[in-house]
Design a protein around this ligand. Structure first.
Ligand code: ZN
Length: 192
C-alpha cells in the first residue's frame, strides 16, 4: 500500500485563552486581533503576546492563538519547561487536567494558573477522506520518518481525524531542531 506523505509543520510555544482569561490579561471587553491564519481552518495567530513565568524563569512574547477556547492552555517545549522550571506532561491539546501550573502576565493583569501548561504530544491532523484512503483511524498511533542530515523517526505520533482539519503533522521546536528540519518538509507515515 502507498504510504501517506504528510507536511510537517513546526508549532512554536503558544497559549490558548478563555474569554475570561483574555479579559483578565487585556481588560474588559478585549478582543484578539488576527495577524494571520494558521493551516488548521479557523485557527489564527493573534497580534497579542503575553509573558509566562515559572518558578525558575520567564519567557516573553508568547503568542496567543485564536479563537478563544473553553480552557486556557499553554503549550511549551521541554527546553522552555527547563527555562521556566516546570514539569509539564506530554499531552494532546485539550487534555490539561493535572498539568503544570504557570503564571501568565498581560498588559492589564496576571493569571495564576494551577494547571494548563503542557508539552504538545506530536500529532497529525487528517481529514476523514485522507484517513480512509490510507487505512488510518482517529486516535491511532503511528511513526513518521523524516529524511536529511539529521533524519529520524518520530514514534508515538497520535492521529486526529476531523472534517474541519487540514492534513498536517505538528511538532514543536525541540523536535524540529532534533531532526534539523530546514523548513517545510514531508514526512512518511509508517503504520504499526
Ligand atoms: Zn496540531
Amino acid at each position: 500500500m502507498e504510504r501517506l506523505q504528510i507536511e510537517v509543520e513546526a508549532s512554536a510555544r503558544h497559549i490558548h485563552l478563555t474569554a475570561e482569561a483574555l479579559e483578565t490579561l487585556f481588560g474588559p471587553g478585549y478582543a484578539l486581533h488576527k495577524k494571520r491564519d494558521l493551516s488548521q481552518p479557523g485557527e489564527y495567530l493573534s497580534e497579542e503576546k503575553v509573558r509566562i513565568e515559572g518558578p525558575r524563569g520567564a519567557i516573553d512574547k508568547v503568542s496567543i492563538l485564536g479563537p478563544l477556547r473553553k480552557g486556557t492552555q499553554i503549550e511549551v517545549s521541554l527546553t522552555d519547561a527547563r527555562v521556566l522550571g516546570i514539569k509539564p506532561p506530554v499531552r494532546l491539546s485539550g487534555d490539561i487536567a493535572g498539568s503544570a501550573g504557570l503564571t501568565v502576565v498581560g498588559p492589564a493583569g496576571t493569571l495564576v494558573l494551577a494547571e494548563g501548561a503542557v508539552v504538545a504530544k506530536r500529532h497529525i491532523h487528517l481529514i476523514p477522506e485522507t484517513a480512509e484512503r490510507y487505512g488510518i483511524v482517529d486516535g491511532q498511533i503511528v511513526s513518521v520518518v523524516v529524511g536529511g542530515e539529521r533524519g529520524l523517526t518520530f514514534d508515538q505520533t497520535a492521529v486526529r481525524v476531523h472534517p474541519n482539519f487540514a492534513d498536517r503533522m505538528h511538532i514543536d521546536f525541540d523536535e524540529v531542531n532534533a531532526a534539523g528540519l530546514p523548513g517545510e518538509v514531508m514526512g512518511t507515515v509508517i503504520l504499526k
